[in-house]
Design a protein around this ligand. Structure first.
Ligand SMILES: [Zn+2]
Ligand SMILES: [Zn+2]
Length: 328
Protein backbone atom coordinates (compact mmCIF):
# COMPACT_ATOMS: atom_id res chain seq x y z
CA UNK A 1 0.00 0.00 0.00
CA UNK A 2 2.96 2.33 0.63
CA UNK A 3 6.05 2.05 -1.56
CA UNK A 4 8.95 4.15 -2.80
CA UNK A 5 10.62 4.80 -6.11
CA UNK A 6 9.63 7.99 -7.87
CA UNK A 7 8.74 9.71 -4.60
CA UNK A 8 6.33 7.75 -2.40
CA UNK A 9 3.34 5.87 -3.79
CA UNK A 10 0.27 5.34 -1.62
CA UNK A 11 -2.47 2.99 -2.81
CA UNK A 12 -5.77 3.06 -0.98
CA UNK A 13 -8.36 0.66 -2.41
CA UNK A 14 -8.52 1.49 -6.15
CA UNK A 15 -6.86 4.88 -5.85
CA UNK A 16 -3.20 5.76 -6.26
CA UNK A 17 -1.44 8.88 -4.99
CA UNK A 18 2.18 9.89 -5.56
CA UNK A 19 3.87 12.06 -2.92
CA UNK A 20 6.79 14.37 -3.77
CA UNK A 21 7.87 12.60 -6.99
CA UNK A 22 11.06 13.59 -8.83
CA UNK A 23 9.51 12.88 -12.23
CA UNK A 24 6.02 13.15 -13.69
CA UNK A 25 3.76 10.33 -12.51
CA UNK A 26 0.39 8.86 -13.51
CA UNK A 27 -1.90 8.70 -10.50
CA UNK A 28 -5.23 9.93 -9.18
CA UNK A 29 -3.27 12.84 -7.69
CA UNK A 30 0.25 14.05 -6.98
CA UNK A 31 1.06 15.83 -3.73
CA UNK A 32 3.94 18.31 -3.53
CA UNK A 33 4.65 19.02 0.14
CA UNK A 34 6.86 22.10 -0.31
CA UNK A 35 9.18 23.98 -2.65
CA UNK A 36 12.59 22.52 -1.72
CA UNK A 37 14.21 21.07 -4.81
CA UNK A 38 14.38 17.51 -3.47
CA UNK A 39 10.56 17.57 -3.34
CA UNK A 40 9.89 19.25 -6.70
CA UNK A 41 9.47 18.03 -10.23
CA UNK A 42 8.27 19.48 -13.51
CA UNK A 43 4.90 17.89 -14.22
CA UNK A 44 4.53 16.68 -17.78
CA UNK A 45 1.23 14.80 -17.40
CA UNK A 46 -2.19 16.11 -16.51
CA UNK A 47 -2.36 14.33 -13.16
CA UNK A 48 -4.07 16.64 -10.63
CA UNK A 49 -1.43 18.32 -8.45
CA UNK A 50 -2.09 19.13 -4.81
CA UNK A 51 0.04 21.79 -3.10
CA UNK A 52 -0.37 25.08 -1.27
CA UNK A 53 -0.49 28.27 -3.32
CA UNK A 54 2.72 29.38 -1.54
CA UNK A 55 4.47 26.24 -2.79
CA UNK A 56 3.30 27.04 -6.34
CA UNK A 57 4.70 30.59 -6.17
CA UNK A 58 7.98 29.61 -4.50
CA UNK A 59 8.49 26.77 -6.99
CA UNK A 60 7.92 29.23 -9.84
CA UNK A 61 10.49 31.64 -8.37
CA UNK A 62 12.96 28.72 -8.51
CA UNK A 63 12.18 27.86 -12.11
CA UNK A 64 9.65 25.02 -11.62
CA UNK A 65 6.27 25.56 -13.24
CA UNK A 66 3.90 23.27 -11.36
CA UNK A 67 0.93 24.23 -13.52
CA UNK A 68 -2.57 24.41 -12.08
CA UNK A 69 -2.53 23.68 -8.36
CA UNK A 70 -5.32 22.40 -6.16
CA UNK A 71 -5.27 23.40 -2.53
CA UNK A 72 -8.30 21.21 -1.99
CA UNK A 73 -8.81 17.70 -3.26
CA UNK A 74 -11.25 15.04 -2.21
CA UNK A 75 -9.70 12.70 0.31
CA UNK A 76 -6.85 15.10 1.17
CA UNK A 77 -6.65 17.22 4.30
CA UNK A 78 -3.59 19.49 4.38
CA UNK A 79 -1.81 20.47 7.60
CA UNK A 80 0.82 23.19 8.02
CA UNK A 81 4.09 21.29 8.55
CA UNK A 82 5.92 24.39 9.81
CA UNK A 83 9.05 23.63 7.73
CA UNK A 84 9.07 26.55 5.26
CA UNK A 85 6.40 28.94 4.03
CA UNK A 86 3.60 26.94 2.43
CA UNK A 87 4.93 23.52 3.49
CA UNK A 88 2.17 21.00 4.11
CA UNK A 89 1.67 17.57 5.59
CA UNK A 90 -1.27 15.54 4.27
CA UNK A 91 -3.83 13.24 5.80
CA UNK A 92 -4.92 11.00 2.94
CA UNK A 93 -8.41 9.47 3.11
CA UNK A 94 -8.12 9.57 6.91
CA UNK A 95 -5.75 6.58 6.69
CA UNK A 96 -2.26 7.83 5.90
CA UNK A 97 -0.55 10.86 7.43
CA UNK A 98 2.48 12.03 5.40
CA UNK A 99 4.62 14.63 7.18
CA UNK A 100 6.71 15.88 4.24
CA UNK A 101 9.50 17.87 5.93
CA UNK A 102 8.30 18.85 9.37
CA UNK A 103 9.32 21.35 12.07
CA UNK A 104 8.81 20.56 15.73
CA UNK A 105 9.04 24.07 17.19
CA UNK A 106 8.26 27.70 16.33
CA UNK A 107 11.10 29.81 14.85
CA UNK A 108 10.70 33.54 14.16
CA UNK A 109 7.58 33.97 12.03
CA UNK A 110 7.21 30.20 11.50
CA UNK A 111 5.00 28.09 13.74
CA UNK A 112 5.52 24.41 14.49
CA UNK A 113 3.95 21.69 12.38
CA UNK A 114 0.48 20.31 13.09
CA UNK A 115 -0.29 16.60 13.18
CA UNK A 116 -3.35 14.43 12.67
CA UNK A 117 -4.04 11.06 14.25
CA UNK A 118 -3.79 8.34 11.65
CA UNK A 119 -3.45 4.55 11.42
CA UNK A 120 -0.51 4.83 9.01
CA UNK A 121 2.28 7.40 9.35
CA UNK A 122 4.96 8.29 6.82
CA UNK A 123 7.42 10.39 8.79
CA UNK A 124 10.58 12.20 7.72
CA UNK A 125 13.65 10.97 9.63
CA UNK A 126 16.26 13.54 8.60
CA UNK A 127 17.58 13.89 12.17
CA UNK A 128 16.36 10.49 13.35
CA UNK A 129 19.37 9.69 15.55
CA UNK A 130 19.39 10.45 19.27
CA UNK A 131 22.41 12.74 19.12
CA UNK A 132 20.41 15.33 17.14
CA UNK A 133 18.83 17.40 19.91
CA UNK A 134 18.64 21.08 19.00
CA UNK A 135 19.06 23.84 21.59
CA UNK A 136 16.28 26.42 22.03
CA UNK A 137 16.01 28.87 19.13
CA UNK A 138 16.25 31.86 21.51
CA UNK A 139 19.50 30.53 22.92
CA UNK A 140 21.04 30.20 19.45
CA UNK A 141 19.89 33.70 18.45
CA UNK A 142 21.36 35.22 21.66
CA UNK A 143 24.64 33.43 21.11
CA UNK A 144 24.87 34.56 17.48
CA UNK A 145 23.97 38.15 18.40
CA UNK A 146 26.79 38.19 20.96
CA UNK A 147 29.16 36.77 18.34
CA UNK A 148 28.15 39.37 15.75
CA UNK A 149 28.52 42.16 18.36
CA UNK A 150 32.06 41.06 19.20
CA UNK A 151 33.01 40.83 15.50
CA UNK A 152 31.39 44.19 14.68
CA UNK A 153 33.31 45.79 17.57
CA UNK A 154 36.48 44.82 15.67
CA UNK A 155 35.09 45.94 12.31
CA UNK A 156 34.86 42.35 11.02
CA UNK A 157 32.12 41.60 8.42
CA UNK A 158 29.94 38.54 8.94
CA UNK A 159 28.54 36.11 6.36
CA UNK A 160 25.40 34.29 7.53
CA UNK A 161 24.76 31.16 5.45
CA UNK A 162 21.72 28.91 5.18
CA UNK A 163 19.45 27.27 2.59
CA UNK A 164 18.25 30.11 0.34
CA UNK A 165 14.61 29.04 0.72
CA UNK A 166 13.26 28.95 4.25
CA UNK A 167 16.39 29.28 6.36
CA UNK A 168 17.57 32.51 4.72
CA UNK A 169 14.18 34.19 5.30
CA UNK A 170 14.32 33.18 8.96
CA UNK A 171 17.83 34.61 9.21
CA UNK A 172 16.65 37.84 7.55
CA UNK A 173 13.91 38.05 10.18
CA UNK A 174 15.88 36.95 13.27
CA UNK A 175 18.89 39.20 12.65
CA UNK A 176 17.13 42.17 11.05
CA UNK A 177 18.14 44.63 13.77
CA UNK A 178 21.74 44.76 12.48
CA UNK A 179 22.99 47.38 10.01
CA UNK A 180 23.87 47.14 7.24
CA UNK A 181 22.63 43.81 5.88
CA UNK A 182 23.21 42.81 2.25
CA UNK A 183 21.57 39.89 0.48
CA UNK A 184 22.78 37.41 -2.10
CA UNK A 185 20.48 37.90 -5.10
CA UNK A 186 18.89 34.42 -4.84
CA UNK A 187 17.85 35.22 -1.26
CA UNK A 188 16.66 38.68 -2.19
CA UNK A 189 14.34 37.17 -4.82
CA UNK A 190 12.87 34.64 -2.41
CA UNK A 191 12.49 37.27 0.33
CA UNK A 192 10.38 39.21 -2.17
CA UNK A 193 8.07 36.22 -2.65
CA UNK A 194 7.77 35.77 1.13
CA UNK A 195 6.87 39.47 1.50
CA UNK A 196 4.29 39.21 -1.25
CA UNK A 197 2.77 36.33 0.72
CA UNK A 198 2.48 38.47 3.83
CA UNK A 199 5.69 37.76 5.79
CA UNK A 200 7.09 40.86 7.44
CA UNK A 201 10.67 40.95 6.10
CA UNK A 202 12.70 44.13 5.69
CA UNK A 203 12.10 45.63 2.29
CA UNK A 204 15.09 47.98 2.25
CA UNK A 205 17.87 45.38 2.08
CA UNK A 206 19.95 45.71 -1.06
CA UNK A 207 21.82 42.99 -2.92
CA UNK A 208 25.49 42.16 -2.59
CA UNK A 209 26.03 43.26 -6.19
CA UNK A 210 24.46 46.64 -5.58
CA UNK A 211 26.45 47.12 -2.37
CA UNK A 212 29.62 46.26 -4.29
CA UNK A 213 28.80 48.66 -7.15
CA UNK A 214 28.19 51.46 -4.67
CA UNK A 215 31.48 50.76 -2.89
CA UNK A 216 29.67 49.93 0.35
CA UNK A 217 31.57 46.72 1.06
CA UNK A 218 34.73 48.67 1.82
CA UNK A 219 32.87 50.29 4.70
CA UNK A 220 33.11 47.58 7.31
CA UNK A 221 31.53 45.89 9.21
CA UNK A 222 28.46 44.52 7.43
CA UNK A 223 26.37 41.36 7.32
CA UNK A 224 25.85 39.39 4.13
CA UNK A 225 23.27 36.61 3.81
CA UNK A 226 24.21 33.89 1.33
CA UNK A 227 23.13 30.34 0.43
CA UNK A 228 24.97 27.55 2.29
CA UNK A 229 28.01 27.78 -0.01
CA UNK A 230 30.60 26.52 2.47
CA UNK A 231 34.01 28.05 3.01
CA UNK A 232 35.73 26.52 -0.01
CA UNK A 233 33.54 28.17 -2.62
CA UNK A 234 35.36 30.80 -4.69
CA UNK A 235 32.78 33.43 -3.67
CA UNK A 236 33.35 32.94 0.06
CA UNK A 237 37.12 32.67 -0.36
CA UNK A 238 37.09 36.02 -2.14
CA UNK A 239 35.03 37.59 0.68
CA UNK A 240 37.43 36.23 3.26
CA UNK A 241 40.53 37.28 1.33
CA UNK A 242 39.34 40.73 0.49
CA UNK A 243 37.30 41.75 3.54
CA UNK A 244 38.39 39.31 6.28
CA UNK A 245 34.79 38.15 6.63
CA UNK A 246 33.86 35.52 9.22
CA UNK A 247 31.42 32.78 8.13
CA UNK A 248 28.51 31.39 10.17
CA UNK A 249 26.45 28.48 8.82
CA UNK A 250 23.02 27.50 10.12
CA UNK A 251 21.93 23.86 9.82
CA UNK A 252 20.88 20.99 12.05
CA UNK A 253 24.01 19.11 10.95
CA UNK A 254 26.00 21.58 13.09
CA UNK A 255 25.32 19.15 15.95
CA UNK A 256 28.12 17.03 14.45
CA UNK A 257 31.43 18.31 15.78
CA UNK A 258 33.28 17.82 12.53
CA UNK A 259 30.67 19.55 10.42
CA UNK A 260 32.08 23.08 10.46
CA UNK A 261 35.48 21.71 9.42
CA UNK A 262 33.91 19.60 6.68
CA UNK A 263 32.17 22.72 5.31
CA UNK A 264 35.19 24.94 6.06
CA UNK A 265 33.17 27.58 7.90
CA UNK A 266 34.23 29.50 11.02
CA UNK A 267 31.08 28.76 13.02
CA UNK A 268 28.07 26.48 12.60
CA UNK A 269 24.85 26.66 14.65
CA UNK A 270 22.11 24.00 14.79
CA UNK A 271 19.18 26.18 13.75
CA UNK A 272 16.99 23.77 11.80
CA UNK A 273 13.65 23.72 9.99
CA UNK A 274 13.25 20.02 10.78
CA UNK A 275 12.26 18.11 13.92
CA UNK A 276 15.10 17.08 16.17
CA UNK A 277 15.19 13.50 17.42
CA UNK A 278 13.03 14.16 20.48
CA UNK A 279 10.44 16.04 18.38
CA UNK A 280 10.28 13.15 15.91
CA UNK A 281 9.40 10.77 18.75
CA UNK A 282 6.77 13.24 20.03
CA UNK A 283 5.34 13.48 16.52
CA UNK A 284 5.03 9.69 16.23
CA UNK A 285 3.33 9.50 19.65
CA UNK A 286 0.88 12.28 18.68
CA UNK A 287 -0.13 10.55 15.43
CA UNK A 288 -0.52 7.29 17.37
CA UNK A 289 -0.15 5.04 14.29
CA UNK A 290 -0.40 1.28 13.87
CA UNK A 291 2.22 1.33 11.13
CA UNK A 292 5.12 3.75 10.61
CA UNK A 293 7.24 4.29 7.51
CA UNK A 294 10.37 6.44 7.89
CA UNK A 295 11.90 8.43 5.01
CA UNK A 296 15.06 10.48 4.43
CA UNK A 297 18.16 10.85 6.57
CA UNK A 298 18.35 8.28 9.38
CA UNK A 299 15.29 6.34 8.21
CA UNK A 300 16.83 2.91 8.99
CA UNK A 301 17.96 3.95 12.47
CA UNK A 302 14.71 5.67 13.44
CA UNK A 303 12.63 2.69 12.27
CA UNK A 304 14.82 0.35 14.34
CA UNK A 305 14.41 2.57 17.40
CA UNK A 306 10.62 2.75 16.92
CA UNK A 307 10.48 -1.06 16.69
CA UNK A 308 12.23 -1.22 20.08
CA UNK A 309 9.37 0.89 21.46
CA UNK A 310 6.86 -1.56 20.06
CA UNK A 311 5.84 0.19 16.82
CA UNK A 312 5.52 -1.67 13.57
CA UNK A 313 8.05 0.49 11.73
CA UNK A 314 10.07 0.17 8.53
CA UNK A 315 12.21 2.50 6.45
CA UNK A 316 11.19 3.54 2.93
CA UNK A 317 14.47 3.60 1.05
CA UNK A 318 15.37 5.03 -2.32
CA UNK A 319 13.07 8.03 -1.95
CA UNK A 320 15.91 10.48 -2.16
CA UNK A 321 19.17 10.47 -4.03
CA UNK A 322 21.70 11.32 -1.34
CA UNK A 323 22.42 13.29 1.80
CA UNK A 324 23.81 16.03 -0.44
CA UNK A 325 20.21 16.92 -1.27
CA UNK A 326 19.91 18.50 2.15
CA UNK A 327 22.66 20.99 1.38
CA UNK A 328 20.94 22.64 -1.58
ZN1 LIG B 1 12.58 20.72 2.87
ZN1 LIG C 1 13.40 17.53 2.11
Amino acid sequence: MVSSGNGITVKIRDRKYVLDPQRPARADAIFVSHAHVDHLHSPGLDTPLIASKETGLLAKARGYELGPIREEFEGFELYDSGHILGSRAALIEGEVFYTGDFAGRPRGFMGKGRVARSPILIVEATYGLDRYIFPAVGKIVDEVNRLIASLFAKGVPVVLMGYPLGKAQLLTYLFSSWEPIYLHSSIRNLNRVYRALGVDLREDLISYTEAQERGLLDRRPWILLTPAFGGRSPFIRRLKGRYGAVTILFTGWAIDNGYKYARAVDYAFPLSDHCDHRELLELVRAVNPEKVYTVHGFAVELAAELRRYGYDAEPLLGVQASMMDYVK
